[in-house]
Design a protein around this ligand. Sequence first.
Ligand SMILES: C[S@@+](CC[C@H](N)C(=O)[O-])C[C@H]1O[C@@H](n2cnc3c(N)ncnc32)[C@H](O)[C@@H]1O
Length: 278
Amino acid sequence: MRGLVLEAHPGRLGPEKTKTLGEWLARAGFVLRREEHERYLYFSREPAELPATWSFDRVANHFEDHIERSLPGYRDGHDLICRAMDSFLRDDSRVYELGCATGALARAILARQADRPGLRYVGIDTSERMVEIARRRSDGDVRAEYRVADAAETVLEPCSVVVSYYTLQFVPLRHRGRIVLRIYDGLEPGGAFFLFEKVRQDDTEREVMAAEWLHRFKRDRGFSWAEIRAKDRALEGVLETQTAGENEAMLRDAGFDTVVPIAQWIPFQGWLAIRHRG
Ligand SMILES: C[S@@+](CC[C@H](N)C(=O)[O-])C[C@H]1O[C@@H](n2cnc3c(N)ncnc32)[C@H](O)[C@@H]1O
């Protein structure tokens, strides 16, 4: 259905009820186009706002603005990882980021490690457009290398740190255990893996509450209900969440025996997993 006309005199409904009705329908994907007729409220679906499937290539141009308004603490997470990473780096360390997008975290890491000319950062992403933008924004920093590649196919060279900041959730579940195993194998003894994921809650009540909080966060940052709903739909089957317990079990199964939760904003969580020495 593209359009819906309700015989509901806006003047009689009053602003509060009209707003509630508008919000209720917006959650179902309708946009209110009202006051065109004194007696009817007219709602329609916005086809442009309802992409069938999510595409990172398509959002690449405005990715950082988009994610800051969609992901609570996006920059705070970068800051935390950058600071925590200090303890695991040497002057000639190699750092991998799986799903580097436009290179925002890479730039933060490299700026903090400005006095380490021998450091190497390797960013991997399946989106050509993201990688193109990341390269352009890296401002000729020779320590940074960006590759168009799939995390599921990548074998890591020996490294001190690996980061997956909201990326593994986009990789089909059947590949994740193998990827984490390769990360463990690629890390030098004492190396660190930072994993940040959207997590599924343990029960439906908490899942609904988490979704509502996140929707409100996005509303407060200027997204319409229709846009929020459209994105939720587009991500169905693309973003596959695991519970916090499942993520921790995945890390332990790969061999990490230190697995520490370091950040949480329901429904987002971050862990530091350390490969032990010897
Ligand atoms: C939420 S974004 C990551 C944000 C980024 N880490 C940052 O801090 O700005 C997820 C990224 O993962 C990439 N991606 C999705 N599946 C991937 C895969 N199998 N291998 C590598 N990158 C992937 C997407 O193209 C997208 O750029």
